[in-house]
Design a protein around this ligand. Sequence first.
Ligand SMILES: O=C(O)c1ccccc1N[C@@H]1O[C@H](COP(=O)(O)O)[C@@H](O)[C@H]1O
Length: 230
Amino acid sequence: MIKQLYSIIRLEEAIQTMEAGADNIGLVPMQKGGVPAHRVPLYRVDQIFDECKKRNVNLVAIMLTNDPEEMLDLARRIQPNILHIAGDEYAADEEFARRLKEVAPHTALMQAVLVDNHSAVERAKKFDPFVDYILLDSGLAPDTGIGASGLTHDWSIDAEIVRSVKARVIEAGGMGPDNVAEAIRQIRPYGVDSLTKTSFKYDGGDMEKNIPAVKAFCENADKAARELGL
Ligand SMILES: O=C(O)c1ccccc1N[C@@H]1O[C@H](COP(=O)(O)O)[C@@H](O)[C@H]1O
């Protein structure tokens, strides 16, 4: 079971999060979109990525900008393992997927899908032919994008999406040590993702990973997956 942990800001917390069991480290590289306090300067993205490579952990770069040219520039510059598109006004299409392969041949494409009602199944199916991952998430804030709400949604829709698509599905939205095992039992995703419930959030938008919560999240996810033979 892949455990994806957002939203890393500092080098030391990145290392601690990997040592606590993360398989994927998610962050917001400096860009037009997103909360200023969450954005990571590119020199530090490089430092974090170097530590990821030493530990065989994937770097996931979230795109909250709605400008595909900016996304492709960032992909070219960073060459992350995964590019996660979560802007509120731009979603990947086949042309974007083709251009991403040109500028970053080893970067996988992850598209966030807002699971607000049953129409999310059709939206996920539309992305399926040209993305590597579909991330199912809750909440849509116009100034940031899909996610970071700390809220869950109707998991029966997610379970239907997992059965309907070939892309790897990462389950997000209000996931934490308390509910990750039940989510895995109900949805059977490829991976699970957490931000709010595994972070301390401070005034002004600053955040920090809560390492004991990250460890509990990873352990509970792995235990549930083992019990289910996933
Ligand atoms: O990572 C961020 O800073 C971020 C900002 C704006 C939108 C989405 C963002 N991250 C994604 O949202 C999920 C779910 O968050 P939560 O656990 O419900 O708080 C997060 O893990 C990222 O995939």
